[in-house]
Design a protein around this ligand. Structure first.
Ligand code: SAH
Length: 566
């Protein structure tokens, strides 16, 4: 009964995963881009499927109370900000719902209804921004030519490569506009051509701009389809006048591809990188490095990761999918040692360099796939981990990676995710294998868009609670005769091999604290007991270890006595 081009009136009752409004007519759901929950709207059907359809917003008949005026004139054309007409508090609620739904539907988790509901999972309200605009520290503007042959720059229209000539994106820095004006007038004045995607001709492809949020340093990098930029000194002399300008670069990309950056960088003026801080850790960021784009929220995100890691200074920590080691260096300050793994080799170079400039020595970085590096390392070294942090791309963790985490049994797993659907899937896997989801904290890293970042904490389930039984020895009713115990003790033969895990569990149950494998190894060594493979691996650890306290030494000796090792 519904057909293409038909017009109809809808009440928008919900928002879909991509921020589109959802309204129903005669039981059929319609997805309407740019419509907001609470709108009564006139729409036109664009496409019909069996049970649902896609429609275009023609007119808002009565606006939703949550509708706001967009800050950007190009809001509907651009498609970069799917939620800009929705009040910010509603944006936050929408994203919270999205994470919650995925955890419940895909993961099968039960979220606590109130803070007193101790069985459910603690789901914290989203950490939003006070000023949810102009937050990005990085922008990449495509450069092209319009129909009249004028050089244009701005953003690609949604699902296309047509450039919308908007130099004033309200997610980016104010200064972008001034920098773009300088670049475009330079190109016009000296007849520098813009790249044409279809023919592959022309020189300037993109302008990449980066800012150091804390330091105020600025990088401008022109991506070019060639090896040099004519009259470059005219451009650099203009750009240098901007306060904070630190680095003016060229990036060579001669391939006919959608990928923005090539691998070769040419320095025109200043440094090859800019510097920035997250908390007290300093980072050098090159044009090719991945670096979180919202510095205000990144700090909050990393603080949550740190809090969830629950570090005391003694832990062995892994940071999988570590990028340029931002989280690793944050964690290294409060743990014994951190191992970072990342697939992109130049990112690891940055990570090592960042460790060096901060004087952080208790980190080690590996290039490779998390799902390969971690299992191989564990197979070889057998060193347990106390905390594993993962921050994978949208597709989530590889099964081999999750499997190894389960084998390594870290006390805690902290999962940072930019896709709550794959997050829910991976959490389900971990929670079916000995882990318990404890807390969930969504963080709004990308206001005005539908993207949401989530940090969760899982802890390893303890063995079932300890039962205390009062026993009286001796003769008489209700008492246990000592003879029996002696007989049973004589019959009891301790197992050949007492594992570190058994010792740890014994100590935790009896003394209420944990001891590191390395400490057990140290005590065993001092006592001259036979050593197996694990302690040798521990000995090879490159980071200097602290020694166990007297209390721990006593507890370990007690455990060794209990297991009849001494
Ligand atoms: N934790 C970092 C980066 C997170 S982005 C930060 O906060 O800045 C995810 C990272 O995972 C990217 O740097 C990407 O290159 C890397 N990556 C993607 N697949 C990977 C894999 N299989 N193994 C290891 N790293 C991977």
């Amino acid at each position: 009964m519904f057909q293409k081009n038909m017009e109809l009136e809808l009440l928008i009752e919900d928002l879909g995963v991509d921020g589109e409004g959802i309204g129903k007519a005669e039981g059929v759901a319609f997805f309407v881009k740019d419509a907001v929950v609470g709108d009564r709207a006139l729409v036109k059907i664009m496409k019909m499927k069996k049970r649902y359809g896609y429609a275009r917003l023609l007119k808002v008949l009565s606006p939703s109370p949550y509708r706001t005026k967009p800050l950007c004139d190009y809001y509907r054309q651009c498609g970069g900000c799917q939620l800009q007409v929705l009040e910010y508090t509603q944006q936050l609620q929408y994203k919270e719902r999205k994470v919650r739904n995925n955890l419940e539907r895909i993961g099968g988790f039960r979220i606590a209804e109130t803070e007193y509901d101790k069985q459910g999972i603690l789901f914290h309200p989203m950490i939003g921004m006070e000023e949810p605009f102009f937050y990005r520290n990085k922008a990449q503007f495509p450069v092209g030519t319009d129909k009249e042959g004028n050089i244009v720059t701005g953003f690609y229209a949604a699902r296309s490569h047509n450039i919308i000539p908007n130099r004033r994106c309200c997610l980016g820095a104010d200064l972008n506009e001034k920098i773009l004006d300088i670049v475009i007038s330079f190109m016009e004045r000296y007849h520098i051509s813009a790249y044409d995607e279809t023919s592959g001709a022309g020189l300037v492809r993109h302008v990449l701009i980066r800012y150091g949020f804390v330091t105020g340093e600025i990088m401008v990098c022109l991506v070019i389809n060639g090896r040099s930029l004519p009259m470059a000194e005219k451009l650099t002399s203009q750009l240098q006048k901007i306060p904070g300008m630190t680095s003016i670069l060229l990036n060579v990309n001669e391939k006919q591809t959608n990928v923005i950056l090539g691998s070769h960088v040419i320095n025109l003026w200043g440094q090859d990188y800019i510097t920035d801080y997250i908390g007290s850790v300093k980072y050098q960021i090159s044009p090719l490095s991945f670096y979180q784009v919202n510095p205000v929220q990144t700090k909050k995100l990393y603080e949550t990761v740190l809090a969830y890691a629950g570090l005391t200074g003694r832990e062995t920590v892994w940071d999988l999918y570590c990028g340029i080691g931002t989280i690793s260096l944050f964690l290294a300050q409060q743990s014994n040692c951190v191992y970072g793994v990342e697939i992109v080799a130049p990112a690891i170079e940055d990570a090592r360099n960042n460790a060096r400039i901060n004087g952080i020595e208790n980190v080690e970085f590996f290039v490779g796939k998390a799902e390969e590096v971690l299992p191989q390392w564990y197979e070889r070294e057998r060193i347990p981990a106390d905390v594993i942090v993962v921050d994978p791309p949208r597709k989530g963790c590889d099964i081999k990676c999750l499997e190894t985490i389960v084998n390594m049994q870290p006390e805690r797993v902290v999962y940072v995710s930019c896709d709550s659907a794959t997050l829910a899937r991976d959490l389900k896997y971990l929670c079916e294998r000995g882990y318990e989801l404890k807390e969930v904290q969504p963080v709004d890293m990308f206001p005005q868009t539908t993207h949401v970042e989530t940090v969760v904490m899982l802890s390893h389930k303890k063995p079932d609670s300890v039962i205390n039984i009062k026993v009286e020895f001796g003769e008489g009713e209700g008492k246990v005769p000592l003879d029996n115990i002696v007989k049973r003790a004589a019959a009891y033969k301790p197992k050949e091999r007492v594992t570190y895990k058994m010792i740890k569990e014994y100590i935790e149950a009896k003394y209420g604290f944990k001891v590191h494998t390395a400490y057990i190894a140290e005590v065993k060594r001092e006592l001259g007991l036979p050593m197996y493979d694990a302690p040798n691996a521990v000995e090879e650890l490159k980071q200097p270890r602290k020694h166990p306290t007297a209390e721990k030494v006593e507890a370990i000796k007690d455990a060794l006595k209990y297991f009849e090792k001494i």
